[in-house]
Design a protein around this ligand. Structure first.
Ligand code: ADP
Ligand code: MG
Length: 322
């Protein structure tokens, strides 16, 4: 089983940033209002995620580290209407199989916090821990037991940059969330709970915030909200397109294509501008179970989604020109 976990880890935990993503998603699923992240050496030495979410009961702590243990779906049926970010129950088990992981938690209403540690596939007995609320997961020495994978880690600066990407995506998707990020003991980001446009400014800068166009469209069970960058913005690069489907960061060809076409059509712009878009639709109309890292989705009616996005953006962009 340890081996199975390690193999799964290869898919789920490609690098420190993928572990960070799993941990932050768990915090979001637990209803956290604030999350702090501490990293050392780009995350390869330490990833610590603390939240003030609902916590985990002592009796469930060890289970949370075992493979396919999820509290989020109860049946295959549920898989078609996933509302949480996690659902496979392999995040923690995979990370634990390739690191020194400790999980501390104080369940809501519990008088005491408890901690379990995973060590080479062995889960130790729960011990009392000092934690006021929520959950803290500490991941040390990622890939210490898989030298072949450790070799593929890039420099700490590169791994940190990937972690920061993950952090920023969460920050953009949840302006109400208070967030901090430290790296090697230095505070990199400190974000208080704020309005969506304040959050855009804090994360993406003044130039974007001063010129961004707010979008709000709905039709036929589809909803599009967010902020589209002005095409004159100098800073539009390849990694400046943030798309969230039901709160989940995705890279999707259908969405990218529709947005690109709208910009091309109205503004004759043939590069991707900076934008942050939130698409909401019935969870049954989108398959999120495509890949373990879950940045891919499959729309059941992708043509309808494409049409809706294109027309919504087209209208919004055309209004600014008028
Ligand atoms: P999944 O998220 O797919 O359910 P994970 O392996 O990531 O699987 O987590 C396993 C279980 O551990 C979750 O279903 C949840 O019950 C619990 N858990 C993990 N992290 C947290 C957290 N930060 N707060 C509360 N519960 C958590
Ligand atoms: Mg998870």
């Amino acid at each position: 089983d340890h081996l199975v976990n390690q193999i799964a880890a290869g898919e789920v935990v490609e690098r420190p940033a993928s572990a960070l993503k799993e941990l932050m998603e768990n915090s979001l699923d637990a209803g956290a209002a604030s999350i702090s992240v501490d990293l050392a050496e780009g995350g390869s030495k330490l990833i610590r995620v603390s939240d003030d979410g609902s916590g985990i009961d002592r009796a469930e702590l060890a289970l949370a580290l075992s493979r396919h243990a999820t509290s989020k779906i109860a049946s295959l049926e549920d898989l078609h209407k996933v509302r949480t970010l996690g659902f496979r129950g392999e995040g923690l088990a995979s990370i634990a199989s390739v690191s020194q992981l400790s999980l501390s938690s104080r369940a809501e209403g519990s008088e005491q916090a408890w901690r379990v540690e995973a060590d080479n596939g062995l889960i130790h007995e729960a011990e009392p821990a000092a934690l006021a609320r929520g959950t803290t997961v500490e991941v040390r020495d990622l890939y210490f037991n898989v030298p072949a994978r450790r070799k593929f880690l890039k420099t700490a600066a590169t791994e940190y940059a990937h972690c920061e990407d993950v952090f920023k995506r969460v920050a953009l998707s949840r302006p109400d969330l208070a967030l901090t990020l430290t790296h090697n003991g230095k505070v990199q980001w400190r974000l208080k709970s704020e309005s969506p446009s304040e959050r855009m400014r804090a994360v993406l800068g003044n130039e974007f915030a001063d010129s961004m166009l707010q979008i709000e469209q709905a039709a036929g069970g589809l909803r599009l909200a967010g902020f589209a960058g002005s095409p004159t913005l100098s800073r539009a690069g390849r990694d400046a397109q943030f798309v969230f489907v039901n709160g989940r960061f995705v890279r999707d060809k259908v969405v990218l294509h529709a947005v690109r076409q709208a910009y091309q059509d109205v503004l004759h712009l043939d590069r991707q501008p900076l934008y942050v878009l939130f698409i909401e639709l019935d969870p049954e109309a989108v398959d999120v179970n495509v890949h373990p890292t879950k940045t891919e989705v499959r729309f059941r009616e992708s043509q309808a989604v494409h049409r809706f996005l294109f027309h919504s953006l087209n209208r919004a962009l055309a209004e600014t020109r008028a």
